[in-house]
Design a protein around this ligand. Sequence first.
Ligand code: HEM
Length: 228
Amino acid sequence: MSWFGRYLRSSVGAKHIMAVTGLLLLLFAIAHMVGHLQMFGGQDMYNKYAHFLQSLWEVKWPVRAGLLGLVLVHIVLAIGLVAKNKAARPIGYAMYKPVRSSPLGRAMAWTGLAIAAFLAMHILHFTAGLVQPQYFHHLDGQGRYDAYSMFVHGFQNPIIWGIYLAGMLMLSIHLGHGAASWFQSLGWRHPKYPVESVGRGIAWFLFIGYMVPPTAVLVGIIKLPGAM
Ligand code: HEM
């Protein structure tokens, strides 16, 4: 087996790659969240942004393929690590009293699974248009794909808003703990770095940033064009 194969099969190698793929996914999550804040700029601003993203297929398809690749590598390595941990201790502790890990840290696999389920729903919703097909692929006055109205119609429905709230809670919990894990996996964890606070800060930043536009729609601050 090549050194890379051996590296990947080792827990240390798998943790390194998980840290790097997780970090790249976090960068995407931040950019995607900041993009949505343009909903506050109105229909023209948001549709211009959505049109820009959708029309650059030379960028769109490599980005889609890259994201899918990152998610798959992250999940496959996570499954491998969980299986390895289980195999190392086939019979559980008689009395399990973790010394350092937090309950949220131990729930990483579950929050990760919940995020995967959320992402599948999200792609069916806004990329494939299968969740609310009645609002999908409308065009605005300038003949552009009307992503703004699709967003507003979507989050005027409290059930959809609640599903996204649950998804963002899972994402924040996962990333909040993920930050501490990256430092650990990359060997940068040191008492002088405020690792836990960085994790908590990222989690709150993403949770609030993502939920502000959908909530502004739900409470009627962001409206359909022409609505009173
Ligand atoms: C409240 C949270 C979120 C909202 C409101 C939201 C909204 C949207 C919207 C409106 C689109 C379609 C854009 C368009 O058609 O131009 C989209 C696409 C997408 N979103 Fe999100 N999103 C959220 C969270 C996330 C998260 C957490 C991730 C992953 C980290 C994510 C990943 C994606 C991906 C991969 C696409 C597909 C882009 C494409 O079509 O190529 N989203 N999102």
